[in-house]
Design a protein around this ligand. Structure first.
Ligand code: KIV
Length: 272
């Protein structure tokens, strides 16, 4: 008999509690209905509708091009699957930078129109007042420190963080600031592993690492990297758990061959 596991909806306080209970947090990105269902069936704790969908799905050069409209479109597809996992929506570039009012307005759109359980935004000390205001509105916030992909134009590229004394000082200050502002968790992206370990020990909120070593409280990966969808683009921090890119390519080639050689459709795929 097939066993059905009924699990409770995961909330932001429950994710925060996982740190105290020493349970590792499992997070993956998602941008569509089918993947949302599959991730939820697999028991993932956090589904992140990350703005990386701009580069992995929409063909943009960077996440700077992603808009609120695009994020809401994908977020709605993900939440239509009604996952039990906590759905966190990334606030895209420019959707929270102008003012506290703009940040709150767009966070409310993510929750009300998109059905997000929480939002994520990049930055520490400089964004703390916005984090506080969104949390006071009633929407949980996941912070994001270390490598900030939305700042690629200013930084001129993507680099591992926590290497210089100034970066170490800023990371400590930023993590303290987002924790005090009420963030329930914090992504650490491409932070030197030994630094990520220290930061994780120094904060009461869970850290969720990507490219930041084993000692964060949880791990997040971009799902298309894990699935090997884009063979030409596998970051060092990702582990390829499947080679879907090759499988898809093989299936497309086979279909093309079958059509050209008159092998598709067969009798079983036709209606008399
Ligand atoms: O957009 C995204 O996928 C992210 C992860 C890299 C954490 O922010």
């Amino acid at each position: 008999m097939k066993e059905t596991v009924i699990r409770k909806k995961i909330t932001a306080p429950a994710v925060r509690e996982m740190k105290r209970a020493r349970m590792r947090i499992v997070a993956l990105t998602c941008a569509d209905f089918v993947t949302s269902r599959l991730l939820d069936e697999a028991g993932v704790d956090v589904i992140l509708v990350g703005d990386s969908l701009g580069t992995t799905l929409l063909g943009y050069e960077s996440t700077v091009s992603v808009t609120m409209r695009e994020m809401l479109h994908h977020l709605k597809a993900v939440t239509r699957a009604r996952p039990k996992a906590l759905v966190v929506a990334d606030m895209p570039f420019g959707s929270y930078h102008q003012s506290i009012a703009q940040a709150v307005r767009n966070a409310v759109r993510m929750a009300r129109e998109g059905g997000a359980d929480a939002v994520k935004l990049e930055g520490g000390f400089a964004q703390a007042e916005k984090i506080r205001a969104i949390v006071e509105t009633g929407i949980p916030v996941m912070a994001h420190l270390g490598l900030l992909p939305q700042s690629v134009l200013r930084e001129g590229g993507y680099r591992v963080q926590g290497r210089t004394a100034a970066q170490v000082r800023d990371l400590r200050r930023d993590l303290r600031a987002v924790e005090r502002a009420g963030a329930f968790a914090c992504v650490l992206e491409y932070v030197r592993a030994s630094m990520a370990r220290k930061l994780t020990a120094q904060t009461s909120i869970p850290t969720i690492g990507i490219g930041s070593g084993l000692h964060c409280d949880g791990q997040v990966l971009v799902t298309s990297d894990l699935l090997g969808l884009q063979a030409w683009l596998t970051p060092k921090a990702a582990r390829k758990y499947a080679d879907l890119g090759s499988i898809m390519s093989g299936a497309f080639k086979q279909f093309a061959r079958d059509v050209r050689e008159g092998d598709f459709p067969g009798k079983e795929e036709s209606f008399e």
